[in-house]
Design a protein around this ligand. Sequence first.
Ligand code: IPE
Ligand code: IPE
Ligand code: MG
Length: 246
Amino acid sequence: MALWKKKPPAEVDFTRLPRHVAIIMDGNGRWAKRRGLPRTAGHAAGAENFRAIATYCKEIGLAYLTVYAFSTENWKRPAEEVSAIMGLLKKYLMEAIGRMERDRVKMRFFGDLSPLSQELRELCRETEEISQRYEGCQVNICLNYGGRDELLRGARAFALDCLEGRADPNHLTEAAFGGYLYSAGVPDPDLVIRPSGEVRISNFLLWQAAYAEFYFTDVLWPDFSKEELHRALAAYQGRSRRFGGI
Ligand code: IPE
Ligand code: IPE
Ligand code: MG
């Protein structure tokens, strides 16, 4: 592409960053296919890119980053692909634990971890436990996460609290219900980014994204660079958020 045809670099005001950015890390399979590689190579490249983008988000002072890594629907994929993704996750977590003192990022997992292998569950628990003392940047990894599943679980837990006298249905507020979700204690995302050209939410943060700004791009996740993030942040900064007001 001729230089003059390149999009100009996005101007980001780093003093006015969104507090919470969420990303649907989509397009790994197509990235691999375009290179004549197996889909799993795309997932490996996607995991590397996640590391790079998360590190960069911490550098620029973003408070919360939430990423969609594996959905409740992704079990429909061929068993070999699912197991390759789980293998990459294990590798990623082991490396993350090894470099935690250097990265100092607080990590949390949103999703039902119970169908994961015991080894993976243990790695997730360890990652959360070791990293909980870090402050400054929190990364939430959505794993076997589904927005509807999260809302159902929240509803069940609330109903149980009512039955056992710990809660009263007549006094349930939005804030209190938020406390029953995986994201308890985390502010809602301000910006949701979806690479890969798909323009849908795919069961991501259904409750939390009620007033998020959305940014869609054709770039595939493994190619989603700092510059792409700058474009998304600049687009966000150009929006007028009214929350129903005028
Ligand atoms: C996202 O990339 C990763 C997961 C959903 C686990 P995809 O694997 O969905 O990539 P495409 O959409 O097929 O290109
Ligand atoms: C959404 O991507 C889930 C993740 C990125 C983890 P999908 O590729 O699974 O979404 P659909 O199938 O295109 O809606
Ligand atoms: Mg996809």
